[in-house]
Design a protein around this ligand. Structure first.
Ligand SMILES: [Zn+2]
Length: 333
């Protein structure tokens, strides 16, 4: 195992932090991506941790910082390579996207080193983190205007990497597992293309920093390190049973056809019937314009918590419950 941060190859037992150049701001000050890593004292796999792809999500960055500070090289087999803030230009404005090009970084992969800034960040992230990883965790929250029920997304594929992704998702310890195949231009697809097991973790939202959410992520990452044989400690906090969900045929998100003000009538985790009213959109005078209903029978996984909504944004996501699964032997080992 060789672990590299920028041009620097880490020696076994070494921790390192660096800023990978992305170019410069108009005033000449450097623009960069922070990358941190630990080369364990013993050989083993490399776990990649990516967070801060969206600049208004904070639990993941805090969890990654805590992991990189608390894990000591002497207790680690293999290595960890991480960025605590993949998208610094979005982080600076606490927004989802970098204002310089307005592009959602998680729709720009595999990236383009000769493109706009966001595709350049995507290319850097793949080169510096994904391509060094034997397993990858992409940590997100719901963002400024939304909240969600915590879940772990796995690559629902009958391949070795798909099965390993499910085992990692179980080890993370969040009781809701969301099976999907990654769509075009998201980070996870770059891992899937390289047969790297990958999970997507979604915890928290509303641009808050919720301590319980950070703790969930820290415990989950430590559980995965344990499951991969990289640290010698028992996995903690595993649920007795997982609920497996998937997106409905028409897609997870119900986009609204009219702007207005949402009056919510449901809650995260609510089990709803097809056609059940989830909320209403009223105009500025309080007159009802439309109702927002569940497209399928299922569970409310996330919703908009900023009540002002614009045409084309989404109000609710409802997912289909496909079954339950016990904790596997490998996840408990
Ligand atoms: Zn995100």
């Amino acid at each position: 195992m060789t672990l590299r941060i920028g041009d620097r190859v880490l020696n076994p037992g070494e921790k390192h932090e660096a800023r990978i150049s992305l170019g410069s701001r108009p005033d000449g000050t450097p623009l960069s991506m922070p990358v941190m890593g630990i080369a364990g004292a013993r050989p083993g796999p490399v776990l990649g941790l990516v967070t801060g792809i969206h600049g208004d999500e904070y639990e993941g960055p805090e969890a990654v910082r805590e992991i990189l500070q608390s894990i000591q090289p002497g207790e680690l087999s293999g290595g960890i390579i991480a960025t605590p803030i993949a998208n610094v230009p979005a982080y600076e404005v606490f927004g989802r996207a970098a204002p310089v090009d307005g592009l959602d970084l998680n729709r720009q992969f595999p990236g383009n080193a000769a493109g706009f800034l966001s595709p350049r960040i995507a290319e850097t992230l793949v080169r510096e983190v994904v391509e060094q990883s034997n397993a990858l965790i992409d940590l997100h929250s719901a963002g400024l205007a939304y909240d969600l029920l915590p879940y772990t997304g796995f690559n629902d594929s009958p391949t070795d990497a798909g099965r390993a992704s499910l085992e990692m998702a179980k080890a993370f310890g969040i009781p809701i597992l969301y099976g999907s195949t990654p769509f075009a231009n998201v980070l996870r697809l770059e891992a899937v293309k390289r047969e790297i097991p990958v999970i997507l973790v979604e915890v928290g939202g509303e641009a808050r920093l919720r301590p319980d959410g950070v703790a969930t992520m820290v415990r989950g990452i430590r559980n995965v390190l344990s499951q991969l044989g990289m640290i010698d400690e028992p996995q903690e906090g595993l649920p007795a049973e997982y609920t497996i969900v998937k997106a409905p045929p028409g897609g997870e998100f119900s986009h609204v056809d009219t702007g207005g003000f949402i009056r919510n009538q449901t809650s995260l985790g609510a089990l709803v019937d097809a056609g059940q009213v989830l909320g209403t959109i009223v105009d500025v005078f309080g007159h009802e314009i439309t109702t927002l209903t569940a497209p399928i029978a299922g569970m409310v996984l996330s919703y908009r918590t900023v009540p002002v909504v614009r045409t084309g944004e989404w109000g609710y996501s409802v997912v289909e419950i496909t079954g339950t699964s016990p904790v596997s032997d490998t996840a408990r080992s």
